[in-house]
Design a protein around this ligand. Structure first.
Ligand code: A3P
Length: 308
């Protein structure tokens, strides 16, 4: 195992991908023992790409008729409590809880497509993937790790070191480009089952993207809901401004066996903006990431971030 310099996250290489040690048992157990249902919804992301936001949106869309938005669970629970990580549930030995959940179940995962279980791939269940400009991902990750290290009173890893490891894929869930490409290709092959979203597009056209998510999930907004402003209400409820100021997300402490879990729910909310990399990466670092992005994605039809 390798300590990526981001203690307490220890990584192990599994089928060519660096995976946090804590998750690996869960990922393998999911591959061996999880039975997916066709009406499951799996939210997938590379860490720090907008997982928390995607969880909030999908959960709010799915449960909007069950819970009036004014008294919604997202007002008192963190999105990670509303949508749990499938791999983490299996790492914690909660398989029976997973199997007992009523349909439609909704889970999250950071697992690369190549390592996803055959049951998930073959069940026809729905997958929503979110990606983000790699330059913002590394900056977000570096800040997140600094909070993780404060848990162990270690000095933060220098940004340059974290950056180098990110470029090499020696970080949780490997190369960000390979991760996105795996799901991108699948979204082209099976567009009715895999929806590919970008953090930046969600920011720029939230109404169109949230409507698209609801259609994809099989619960489109009705004309009446649209007239009553339900789409905008969901967007407001799940916005960075709203969620990051709720008590649960400012003071909530995470009690988890998972050493990769941050100390508080507040760690999932930092700036919530596009382009914060400009405040942290040198022009040379930004150019290097853009060049890798261009090279890796060439011919795929996928673009990530902006190159300006
Ligand atoms: P920054 O560190 O750039 O602010 P993840 O949820 O995958 O761990 O990603 C965390 C990133 O998403 C952080 O980015 C965080 O601030 C941002 N984020 C969290 N909730 C958000 C929301 N509701 N809307 C937009 N961004 C959000």
């Amino acid at each position: 195992p390798l300590d990526e310099g981001l203690v307490p996250i220890r990584l192990r290489q599994y089928q060519g991908v660096w995976i946090p040690e804590y998750f690996l048992g869960g990922i393998i157990a999911v591959r061996q023992r999880f039975t997916a249902r066709p009406d499951d919804l799996l939210l997938v992301s590379y860490p720090k790409s907008g997982t928390t936001w995607l969880k909030a949106l999908a959960f709010a869309i799915m449960t909007r008729t069950q819970h009036p938005l004014a008294h919604h669970p997202l007002l008192s629970l963190n999105p990670h409590q509303c949508v749990e990580s499938l791999d983490r549930l299996f790492s914690d030995g909660k398989q029976s809880k997973v199997q007992a959940l009523p349909s439609p179940r909704i889970f999250s995962s950071h697992t690369p497509y190549s390592l996803l279980s055959d049951s998930i791939k073959g069940s026809g269940c729905l997958i929503i993937y979110i990606c983000r400009d790699p330059k913002d991902v590394i900056v977000s990750r570096w800040h997140f790790n600094a909070k993780m290290r404060s848990k162990t009173s270690k000095e933060p890893t220098p940004l340059m070191k974290a950056f180098e490891m990110f470029c090499e894929g020696v970080c949780p869930f490997g190369l960000v480009w390979d991760h996105a490409l795996g799901y991108w290709k699948e979204s082209l092959r099976r567009p009715d089952k895999v929806l590919f979203l970008k953090y930046e597009e969600l920011m720029e056209e939230p109404v169109a993207k949230v409507k698209r998510m609801a259609e994809f999930m099989g619960c489109p907004f009705s004309p009446d809901e649209e007239k009553e402003g339900m789409v905008e209400e969901v967007i407001r409820l799940c916005s960075f401004e709203k969620l990051s100021n709720l008590e649960i997300n400012t003071t909530g402490v995470i009690n988890s066996k998972d050493p990769t879990a941050p100390p508080t729910f507040a760690s999932f909310f930092r700036k919530g903006k596009m382009g914060d990399w400009k405040n942290h990466l040198s022009p040379k670092m930004a150019q290097r990431l853009d060049e890798i992005t261009q090279e890796k994605l060439e011919g795929s039809g996928l673009t990530l971030g902006r190159t300006c």
